[in-house]
Design a protein around this ligand. Structure first.
Ligand SMILES: Nc1ncnc2c1ncn2[C@@H]1O[C@H](COP(=O)(O)OP(=O)(O)OP(=O)(O)O)[C@@H](O)[C@H]1O
Ligand SMILES: [Mg+2]
Length: 247
């Protein structure tokens, strides 16, 4: 089982959109669980699964078997979701009180290793104990970057948080919400592509199609397969799968 953590210190950069679309791409050939770690539950909403209201309590316990069979089916074959709920709001406090507080998620995920080939973690923005857990559990960290001078700073922050977690986890960054008509976007995109070895040559365009993900409540490729955005997420999944040696 491979764990893919979608993370950024910045909010609103397309993490949830990426998590949902990567999970869908992965589910073409693998059994996938998307775990929504954000109490606002955006991924839970998009995948149309019902919050269960017990996530935080279970995380607080020492049990490692609670995930087994707990992924809820979605409208898509081979794609399950573990929904977020309001109780995740104080997940940091719960984790802080637990033994080995930065390893809790990784240990829980061991219990689903037989059920899933791929787990995608959708993190809330910012650095937190939840994020630290998600990064610790990760086989690779996927970082969406929007074309702005501040994006390099957020990538540097991710690199340093991952490095501090004492694991040499590969980081894959890519550009998203790229709007060729916006002043500064093409130049920022070009400079970001060459700026760090972590930045892939993949750009998800800013399009109405992706924006509609929340309204249609579906991954892009499920309702608009022949679009540049769907194809970019397909390319991103190919790069991620190669990085974690999934063929
Ligand atoms: N390529 C794109 N083109 C147009 N809109 C996009 C694109 N990617 C994401 N969006 C829109 O941008 C908004 C933020 O995206 P998303 O929720 O995925 O970001 P996030 O990083 O998860 O945010 P948060 O930090 O609040 O969790 C959403 O309304 C989403 O539909
Ligand atoms: Mg989000």
């Amino acid at each position: 089982m491979k764990v893919i953590t979608v993370f950024s210190t910045k909010g609103g950069v397309g993490k949830t959109t990426t998590a949902v679309n990567l999970a869908w791409e992965a589910s073409r050939n693998s059994r996938v669980l998307l775990w929504d770690l954000d109490p606002r539950g955006a991924a839970t909403f998009v995948l149309n699964v019902k919050p269960q209201g017990h996530g935080r309590r279970e995380l607080a316990r020492q049990r490692q078997d609670w995930c087994s069979g707990i992924g809820q089916g979605t409208a898509y074959d081979h794609l399950d979701a573990l929904p977020a709920d309001e109780s995740y709001r104080d997940l940091d406090l719960v984790l802080d009180a637990a033994k080995k507080s930065t390893h809790r998620l990784a240990r829980i995920l061991e219990s689903v290793a037989k059920d899933y080939d791929v787990v995608v973690l959708d993190c809330p923005p910012g650095s937190s104990l939840v994020a630290e857990n998600a990064l610790r559990a990760a086989d690779t960290v996927v970082v969406p970057l929007i074309p702005s001078p501040l994006s390099l700073r957020s990538l540097d922050q991710v690199v340093s948080i991952v490095t501090e977690s004492a694991k040499s986890t590969p980081i894959l960054a890519f550009l998203t919400m790229v709007d060729r008509r916006k002043t500064g976007h093409p130049a920022a995109a070009e400079s970001l592509h060459g700026a760090r070895p972590e930045v892939l040559e993949i750009s998800v365009p800013a399009t109405v199609v992706v924006e509609r993900t929340g309204a249609v409540r579906a991954p892009v490729a499920a309702f608009a397969p022949n679009t540049a955005a769907a194809s970019a997420y397909g390319d991103l999944w190919t790069a991620v799968a190669a990085a974690v040696h999934l063929t």
